[in-house]
Write a new protein. Sequence first.
Length: 113
Amino acid sequence: MITNIDNRIAASMLTWAVEQLQDGADLDDLDPTQFTAVPVHPAHLHGELMNMWREHYGEAPSSVDVMQLQLGQEFGCPCCITTQVDLSDPTATLGRPRRLNRAQRRALRKRGK
């Protein structure tokens, strides 16, 4: 998945990335100036973030690793790169209010936020 950009642009970037993978590339082969792949924390797989997946496949993603492609300097503008949502963080949000569970609130307090 790709966040923080227009859905149509994200869809074309994802299509390109999938084509690369189908041609034998690995996520580690991606040019970091274009994309960095990070694992999506399991806390995000139960909310609305995966609605399209559940709608298409009729179930939650249970047997796949969900990855986020973060935009690199070539594709992201300088102001947006520093504010990208990092979905490897269980407390990250996409700008929508989300109620944190007790463990997530405790982790935030420990980090001093």
